[in-house]
Write a protein that binds this ligand. Structure first.
Ligand SMILES: [Zn+2]
Length: 126
């Protein structure tokens, strides 16, 4: 799964929907693979406003990426190719192939296998 995906998912357990601790889900034992994708600065520029920046900072840190800036790039910073390329690499080119996503609220673990995260809940949690 691409790193960007983690910024748009929350725990599927009902009680977690209203808990701030359930976002972002935390990567554990993540095995990363870099996949080269054509650099599209426009796409990155358009997606940044929809990113939960604090959440992405947590995720980047957990995956061992260099720290992201304290605040979300906007205005002039979105013209900076270096910034856009770094985000392109983190959000789109980094694939999490194996590992787990763990909810900070309920502790539920979502397995990631062969690059696919399984967000289905066992029946007793639905
Ligand atoms: Zn949860």
């Amino acid at each position: 799964m691409k790193v960007i995906t983690a910024n748009f998912v929350t725990c599927a357990v009902k009680d977690c929907k209203t808990s701030a601790a359930s976002f972002p889900l935390h990567f554990h034992d993540a095995e990363l693979e870099m996949q080269e994708i054509d650099f599209q600065p426009e796409f990155i520029r358009n997606v940044i406003p929809r990113i939960d920046w604090e959440g992405l900072r947590v995720t980047a840190n957990e995956l061992g990426f260099p720290s992201l800036p304290d605040s979300k790039p906007e205005g002039k910073a979105l013209e900076d190719e270096r910034t856009l390329k770094d985000l392109h690499r983190l959000l789109l080119e980094t694939q999490v192939m194996e590992g787990r996503l763990v909810c900070g609220n309920c502790g539920h673990q979502y397995a990631i296998k062969e690059g696919i995260a399984n967000f289905l809940l066992p029946s007793h949690l639905v």
